[in-house]
Design a protein around this ligand. Structure first.
Ligand code: BTN
Length: 329
């Protein structure tokens, strides 16, 4: 009955009286009331107004599998491969474990929070409850690792599109794969590859994406407050995390369809969204700093830089951190 009521509220999009719901389902109004209380407890944002009835607010507070699925096309190929996990250290770590136990291509693991969220270069990734989306997807492309040099760029571009679909604005990409708005980072991406020892071919790739959705500035740890941001801070409105999680799955699926066949088009789109290009930048490698101007993205997703000593070179994302001349972006 819970699912049926949710379905009715979703398709109505406006207030629906308790009387109408009970008549359509052939149950008592008390039974409808009970289900509404249950849904509220589960985190659904249900408004109840005397003489008008019940309405499901557009951005339901809680991230949950049924709502993510409700935002996906009915026959989406990855629909049944999505899992939602309550207690998770890191969705990437968990999905890598599932991958080693044979989980199929297209498996997706989503969490509302993580106790050990991992970022690039061994850093942690703040993943508090009720704020963001922490999603990992498993791909098993049949290729060599050098064919996937552009993978993180492709994921970043797919996430730009997902955020535009669900939150209505287009973030920029700070090379390689941080999504930003102004000077603030909204999304981080960590891609991990496993290779087959004998053939050297790709065994699997786990793509992990963390999106800051609902935070206010004060919700971030103090040391991040200079450079972290959330989708809510950009739009000023509510963010429907279930809609966004579904958009992320859809865009990742589309990306996967074109990943090996449409590399040039993917990188062209990436170049258009990459805010690093044309900027004066600092490259950080350990203690060493090098200054230059970001010129282009090459055909593998590496950054082409004109250094201040007059040389031009390419840098790969694994090697260096890039900062703007006056801060993170
Ligand atoms: C970074 O910005 O350094 C990358 C952050 C990647 C965070 C995501 S959240 C989902 C997945 N699980 C993790 O532990 N990390 C990634």
């Amino acid at each position: 009955m819970k699912e049926k009521i949710l379905e009715m509220l979703r398709s109505e999009g406006d207030f629906l009286s308790g009387e109408t719901i009970s008549a359509r389902l052939g149950v008592s109004r008390a039974a409808v009331w009970k289900v509404m209380q249950k849904l509220k407890e589960e985190g659904y944002a249900i408004e109840s107004v005397p003489n008008r009835g019940y309405r499901l607010s557009e951005a339901t507070a809680r991230l949950c599998l049924s709502e993510i699925r409700a935002n996906l096309p009915k026959y989406h190929p990855w629909r049944d491969l999505i899992r939602f996990q309550e207690d998770v250290d890191s969705t990437n770590t968990r999905l890598k474990l599932s991958a080693s136990q044979g989980a199929p291509h297209g498996s997706v693991l989503i969490a509302d929070h993580q106790t050990g969220g991992r970022g690039r270069r061994g850093r942690s990734f703040a993943s508090p409850p009720n704020m963001g989306i922490y999603l990992s997807a498993l791909l098993r492309p049949q290729c060599r690792p050098e064919d996937l040099m552009h993978l993180t760029c492709a994921v970043a571009e797919a996430m730009v599109q997902a955020i535009e679909d669900a939150a209505g604005f287009r973030p920029g990409i700070k090379w390689t794969n941080d999504l930003v708005s102004g000077k603030r980072k909204l999304t981080g991406i960590l891609t991990e590859l496993s290779l087959e020892a004998e053939s050297g071919c790709v065994n699997y790739a786990v793509i992990g994406i963390g999106v800051n959705c609902r935070q206010e500035l004060s919700d971030f740890p103090e040391e991040l407050q200079e450079m972290a941001g959330s989708l809510h801070m950009v739009t000023g409105g509510p963010i429907d995390r279930n809609k966004l999680a579904a958009a992320m799955v859809r865009r990742l699926y589309e990306m996967d369809q074109n990943l090996l066949s449409d590399k040039a088009a993917i990188l062209d789109a990436y170049r258009r969204d990459c805010i690093t290009l044309g900027q004066d930048i600092v490259l950080l490698q350990g203690e060493e700093k090098r200054y230059g101007k970001a010129l282009d993205i090459d055909s593998d997703g590496a950054l082409v830089v004109a250094f201040t000593d007059g040389t031009v070179g390419t840098v790969n994302s694994g090697e260096v951190s890039v900062r703007g001349m006056y801060g993170y972006v």
